[in-house]
Design a protein around this ligand. Structure first.
Ligand code: NAD
Length: 483
């Protein structure tokens, strides 16, 4: 028996294994030890989940928003109650360090409560379209059965938060959990089984193909929310387009720029650059400011300070609250990050700190890489333009504002950006010029719930963490009363 045992899926109110009988074994990325299993779902499992969801959804949609909100509040409370257990499992299964990972429990439960409180925003408009004698108004109605596909970096938090908007809007939902780090989905399945009517929330584990692809191709699932990589997003759009018209929103990657002007305080910049790189999850965060673009007058000072802090980060057991960085999530991703490190060397980036695997007995097994800062990076290098999704900062020197803005925008991504200056004119000019869905002025890292999160260009479509997410799980119907 493994440490966390076999975790099950939730389909139609039952905790089940896959009908195919296969399992995914999950390893602790810090040790490579097998710690548990999750069912390797099949297309037939997705179809079972769809059938159960479709049967249950009309009754759910008929409930009042206050009743639906009550269920979400119950789930939020249940998550907090089992928070410590979820944290231990999640840190072991993802490699994310436990001290900051505790925030995922708070956020999961807060997102459920946030959407529970937004029920009256599922509202329409009245439109004076034809003079006083007629009435024209819109209703917002659920899609029916919706699905959401979740990545590996914060599985529990993304899965729990993904339930909120569709369910509040009167839909049933199928959540596809990631194939690496699938175990916490089993706890969420247990909680949802206790709380929701059968079929309203379903969790299906498994690989992208067949599970994710069956969701994309299912002819009756018309609304999909996807969080993950650009390549998978394109595959989902292609698969769906072969079948029928679907509303697909996409939360994808980033190659986010932090533009530091000459007047910025190097100390504050250093803290924000480190925080903004999310080393607590080995940089595996879509919003990480992985391009540190510093004005030439303070470049050496800032890069030196950042490198000093990065090299002092404490790598270690994700379960140890003093660890500041753990391993990266899985072997394939580890190999990918090492290939970026090799390309940085080949392409002439200066290794300021890191750039290798850490030495020592503790790091002999597991997917460990050093937290890294590259200097003198240029935009033609892979580490200058591609998303690494690892603990790697690429420092870039600039001299003219229009040139750095052009460099910041010279990638296909457009998720987040930051500008550091006390000159309001420069701050606003830069913020407006950045081709991203979010800009921090003198900030990094934080999400502000209620404000839209999402990307431009290849970073995505649609907005989450705000009313728009809730409304996007409804479709509008115009009604004309001719008097
Ligand atoms: P991924 O695209 O490899 O996988 C994401 C999910 O898609 C997994 O559940 C996977 O099983 C599924 N999938 C894979 N192939 C599929 C297919 N053909 N059809 C349907 N589903 C399929 O992404 P990942 O490696 O798990 O996550 C890292 C990526 O996610 C990074 O690019 C990161 O920036 C992005 N991300 C974005 C956000 C955001 O909010 N914008 C948040 C977190 C992560």
């Amino acid at each position: 028996m493994t440490q966390f045992g076999d975790r099950l899926m939730l389909i139609g109110g039952e905790l089940v294994a896959s009908e195919g009988g296969e399992w995914i074994t999950s390893v602790n990325p810090a040790t490579e030890q097998v710690i548990g299993r999750a069912p390797a779902g099949t297309a037939a499992d997705v179809d079972r989940a769809y059938d159960a969801a479709a049967a249950a959804q009309p009754e759910w949609a008929a409930k009042s928003i206050w009743q639906r909100a009550g269920y979400l509040h119950k789930l939020a409370a249940a998550i907090r109650e089992r928070g410590e257990e979820i944290l231990q499992l999640e840190a072991s299964d993802t490699g994310n360090t436990i001290k900051l990972l505790a925030g995922d429990i708070v956020i999961s439960s807060a997102m459920l409560q946030y959407y529970a409180g937004l029920g009256t925003e599922i509202k329409g408009d009245t439109v004076p379209a034809s003079g006083g004698q007629n009435i024209h108004f819109t209703l917002r109605e659920p899609y029916g059965v919706t699905a959401r596909i979740v990545p590996f970096n914060h599985p529990f938090m993304f899965e729990a938060a993904a339930i909120a908007a569709p369910i509040m809007a009167g839909n049933a939902v199928i959540i596809k959990t990631p194939e690496t780090s699938p175990l916490s989905g089993g706890i969420l399945a247990e909680l949802c089984q206790e709380i929701f009517p059968p079929g309203i929330v379903n969790l299906v584990s498994g690989y992208g193909i067949p599970v994710g692809d069956r969701i994309a191709r299912h002819p009756k699932i018309r609304r999909i929310g996807f969080t993950g990589s650009v390549g998978t997003a394109l595959a989902i759009q292609r698969s769906a387009a072969e079948i029928c018209i679907k509303h697909i929103t996409l939360e994808l990657g980033g190659k986010n720029a932090m533009i530091v002007c000459a007047d910025a305080d190097p100390d504050a910049v250093t803290k924000a650059a480190i925080g903004g790189m999310n080393f607590a999850w080995a940089g595996q965060s879509c919003g990480s400011v992985s391009r540190l673009m510093v004005h030439e007058s303070i470049y050496d000072d800032v890069v030196e300070r950042v490198a000093a802090k990065v090299s002092a980060l404490k790598l270690g057991d994700p379960l140890d609250p003093t660890s500041e960085m753990g391993p990266v999530n899985n072997k394939a991703h580890y190999d990918r990050i090492l290939s970026f490190m090799a390309s940085a060397k080949q392409e002439g980036a200066k290794t300021v700190t890191g750039g290798d695997v850490p030495k020592g007995e503790q790091f002999e097994r597991g997917f460990w890489v050093e937290p890294t800062v590259y200097g003198d990076v240029t935009m033609d290098m892979r580490v200058g333009k591609e998303e690494i999704f690892g603990p790697v900062i690429s420092a870039i020197k600039w001299s003219k504002l229009d040139e750095v803005i052009a460099m910041a925008n010279a990638v296909d991504y457009g998720l987040t950006g930051a500008v550091w200056t006390n000159d309001l004119q420069v701050a606003m000019t830069t913020a407006r010029a950045l081709e991203t869905g979010l800009v921090w002025i003198n900030g990094t890292q934080a999400h502000y719930v209620g404000t839209p999160f999402g990307g431009w260009k290849d970073s995505g479509l649609g907005r989450e963490e705000c009313v728009e997410e809730l409304v996007s799980y409804t479709q509008s119907k115009a009604i004309h009363i001719l008097l």
